[in-house]
Design a protein. Structure first.
Length: 230
């Protein structure tokens, strides 16, 4: 069986789970946030397409909105202009980003471990109930996760191969992840660990990377000290 076939099947499963009831109204969990996101998309459609000044009809038409960077609403508004207003476009855009996340998780896990680990990680994300729900909800969470995984992959490949293109892609993805939803700053922790491991462990700091290594180093030093004193 070609190596790509299992991944394609996993992506099809991921898409199938997320496309269930895709035309349902925005009345499921977190409905208030979904309706807010849809309202901003509708305002883009009806008014100026300026992502730096999102609007909504709260308290009247053309009210300014204090929010994250409204990338999802802006993209959906483009589909509204092309095909007409229908909140299903919001769900479909989110599904696309969610399935893309499954593919990116596969690539990241494959790079870090191997092909089998990549498939296992992708499958877990594909069928995870939480990932499935947020992977079809008209909210920016799936975009945040997609850009976060892309950022980790980009920085990993830059540190591994000194690929400046990967650095640029990772930096852009990191910026978009934080802009579309602020909790994405949490990926600073794995990024810092990744950079520290690549730049310091390679210089010899690997000795302190595990308790066992530290214990062995201390035991060897104590042994040498004892022989010297004798």
């Amino acid at each position: 069986m070609p190596r790509r076939v299992p991944l394609v099947l996993i992506l099809l499963v991921a898409a199938g789970l997320r496309l269930q009831f895709i035309t349902a109204p925005l009345l499921d969990a977190h409905r208030w946030r979904q309706v807010d996101t849809a309202a901003v998309a509708r305002a883009f459609y009806e008014g100026p397409m300026n992502p730096l000044r999102p609007e909504a009809n709260w308290g009247g038409a053309h009210g300014a909105v204090e929010s994250e960077f409204p990338l999802l609403s802006f993209v959906v508004a483009i589909f509204y202009k092309l095909f007409g207003v229908n909140e299903t476009w919001g769900r479909l855009v989110v599904v696309a980003f969610s399935v893309m996340t499954v593919a990116l998780v596969y690539v990241l896990a494959r790079d870090l471990l191997d092909h089998a680990a990549g498939l296992a990680a992708a499958f877990m994300v594909a069928v995870s109930p939480g990932a499935v729900f947020y992977g079809r909800a008209f909210m920016p969470d799936s975009l945040m996760v997609c850009f976060s995984v892309a950022a980790l992959l980009g920085f990993h490949r830059y540190l591994r191969d000194d690929n400046r293109g990967a650095l640029l892609a990772g930096s852009l993805s990191l910026a978009l992840a934080v802009l579309v939803k602020l909790p994405a700053v949490i990926i600073a922790a794995p990024l810092v660990l990744m950079i520290w491991k690549a730049r310091r462990w390679s210089a010899g700091a690997w000795v302190a990377s595990s308790p066992h290594s530290a214990i062995r180093t201390a035991a060897a030093a104590a042994s040498r000290s004892g022989r010297a004193s004798n």
